[in-house]
Design a binder for this molecule. Structure first.
Ligand code: CA
Length: 440
């Protein structure tokens, strides 16, 4: 018997009271280090992604979809807390420190799964955690009723024993993954919705694919055999695997007749690391780690058939919007005394909002102040180290090629003022970057 079925039999979650009309299920799917241009619905021609393309086709594709950080763990922290992660010091990837209580998504943050639980949802996390290795940070202690995945940030896809310190776990019990890791995550996501199909559920499906190491089985490599470049071919095969895993989940939703009553988000946790996997962020400038568009602008889909008409949405949206959107869909209550940094997207995506998102500022900071960016309207300021601030007009220059700072002093100064005011609301990073030089 699948471990999830056993769990459901011996817990209360399987007997939660269903109300009519039933609350919508919410699923957040996060890809890891996916290139901006590497999915069919983003214009890709050489990697077949039929399941994600189908999700996009029946949902809203957000053409200006952003994440709150250009690399893994901070984006995931901001997503689950609904706040700029620099507000609570989660600005660098945490090291693997299972004995250190100080390194992980700070415990004073109220997380989305906790709020969803309070709204009557069963909550599950499948995949990469990367939000603290000490037991106090375990997903089961941060609002997730059940969990299957790996607690660290990087993982082998075949040889799961290679990382003996961080075995796959079902809740807190080490388990065999049993197959190619991405396939297993699709299997577990489908099993979660099967077991909890009678109650509203919240599922966080966080892939580590297509992050390195570049490892894929022949069944996926065969689909992209025409790609000549070996690195790109392996990466592309991993994208195919992720697409299949998403397909397993969406097919299960359809089989259970839950498609129309399920709100699904899909995006990548950061832009593609072009120089590492040869993935493509075309036509964006830059890559993972940077605050040019290639680091933070990502494929972004919101699907809720029956509630949202399929189409395209061009106003800027961010991963920070997921929290308030999910809570609103669930009829839940946002944590008291906490200022969330995103908005409920549903009225905007339905065309019913009285306000526009076009002019709200979106901010970024890395390394405690090594680089900054702010986008407001179509204009974006990028500050890298001590070099002068650059200014780009994304409406005509999505590739950030032409610096307008020299001829737009007033606009630049206004953005600098907003950025500096935002920066004053942040705290210092709670821990150093993984590869930070030792401080004297
Ligand atoms: Ca990542």
């Amino acid at each position: 018997m699948h471990w999830r079925i056993l769990l459901a039999l011996f817990s209360f979650v399987g007997v939660a009271t269903a109300v009519e009309p039933r609350k919508p299920n919410v699923i957040v799917v996060v890809a890891d280090d996916l290139g901006y241009a590497d999915l069919g619905f983003q214009g890709c021609k050489d990697i077949p992604t039929p399941h994600l393309d189908a999700l996009a086709k029946c949902g809203v594709v957000c053409s200006s979809g952003y994440v709150s950080h250009p690399f893994c763990s901070p984006t995931r922290a901001g997503l689950l807390a609904g706040r700029y992660q620099q507000r609570f010091g989660h600005e660098n990837n945490p090291k693997w420190l299972p004995n250190d209580k100080e390194v992980g998504l700070p415990l004073d943050q109220v997380l989305l799964p906790e709020v969803m639980k309070n709204a009557g949802y069963v909550t599950g996390a499948v995949g990469k955690w990367h939000l603290g290795a000490h037991p106090v940070y375990h997903p089961n202690r941060r609002g997730f009723d059940d969990y299957f995945g790996l607690l660290g940030g990087g993982h082998q896809y075949f040889d799961h024993n290679q990382f003996k310190t961080d075995p796959a776990k079902a809740n807190e019990t080490p388990v065999e993954v049993g197959e190619y890791l991405t396939d297993a995550l699709g299997r577990e996501a489908a099993a979660f919705v099967t077991v909890h199909s009678k109650v509203p559920f919240f599922l966080y499906l966080a892939f580590n694919a297509p992050h390195t190491p570049l490892q894929a089985p022949d069944k996926y490599l065969d689909r992209v055999k025409d790609i000549k470049d070996e690195k790109l071919r392996k990466y592309a095969a991993m994208v195919c695997g992720m697409d299949d895993a998403v397909g397993k989940l969406t097919a299960k939703l359809a089989e259970l007749k839950l498609t129309e009553n399920t709100l699904v988000f899909f995006f990548s946790d950061n832009g593609g690391p072009v120089g590492v996997t040869n993935c493509r962020n075309t036509p964006l400038r830059g890559a993972k780690g940077q605050l040019y568009e290639g680091g933070v602008r990502v494929p972004f889909v919101v699907s809720w058939p029956g509630t949202l008409n399929p189409g395209k949405f061009d106003e800027p949206v961010t991963s920070l919007d997921v929290f308030p959107t999910a809570v609103a869909a669930a009829g839940g209550e946002a944590p008291k005394g906490v200022t969330l940094d995103g908005v409920n997207l549903i009225p905007h995506l339905k065309g019913e909002a009285k306000t526009t998102l076009a002019d709200r500022p979106l901010f970024w900071r890395t390394g405690g102040g090594e680089s900054f960016a702010v986008r407001k309207g179509a204009l974006k300021l990028v500050r890298v180290g001590k070099t002068p601030d650059a200014l780009y007009d994304l409406s005509v220059d999505i590739g950030e090629k032409t610096d307008l700072a020299g001829t737009n002093a007033g606009t630049l100064a206004a953005l600098q003022k907003e950025l500096d005011a935002w920066n004053k609301t942040l705290v210092e990073p709670k821990w150093e970057a993984l590869n930070a030089p030792r401080k004297k």
